[in-house]
Design a protein around this ligand. Sequence first.
Ligand SMILES: [Zn+2]
Length: 227
Amino acid sequence: MRGLRLLIIGKQGSGKGTLCVQFAQHFGVPHISTGDAFRAAVAESSERGIRAKAFMESGQLVPDDLVMEIVDELFVRESLRERGFLFDGFPRTVHQADLLDATLAPEGVDAVIDLEVSTEVVVARLASRRVCSNPNCGAIYSLKSPPKSPWNCDLCGSPVVQRDDDREEMIRRRLDDYEAMTAPLVDRYEALGKLIRVDAALSPDEVFSRALAELLTRRLANETGEA
Ligand SMILES: [Zn+2]
């Protein structure tokens, strides 16, 4: 039997990273970050990596066809068709989603979990985030859970600061871009009956158990439906 094919989408600050780790462990499928795959291709200086690097360095988005070439290579190298996968940060556009479905024809992906959280909740979460300024440490704190001695890192003693990226104005701009890009993607999977919406304002454990319950209910329904 082949492994589960799952996508998780959600704004930055929706708790996507945590949920991806939980799901990948639960189902024993590889957790694939396309961002990491790109960086690896660039580091290996493969022909595709060199092409991707040119776009990344000039601040442009890597074109869909090149993204898909890198993803297709991963599919072959890691046997993802058979093993299943959890993609984090991919697809980002409807066109990428179409290409992914073509690769996985005829079934496509099994489910897409959309972590729904309001801009206000995410802004509050991210704006309260503080990080250790030591690049080799990177410990994360928040106004609610500060380091023991204010504001020096518990692990390495370096100053704990707010990232420029985490200032409210920057956060709102990123969220607007994200919304514009992913709304059509959400609609696409909804129309295919593959979308699972979860309220990401809940605690991480609750988000995981609700998403899991919904996913299992659907899988069961599908298997019964096909039998
Ligand atoms: Zn530190």
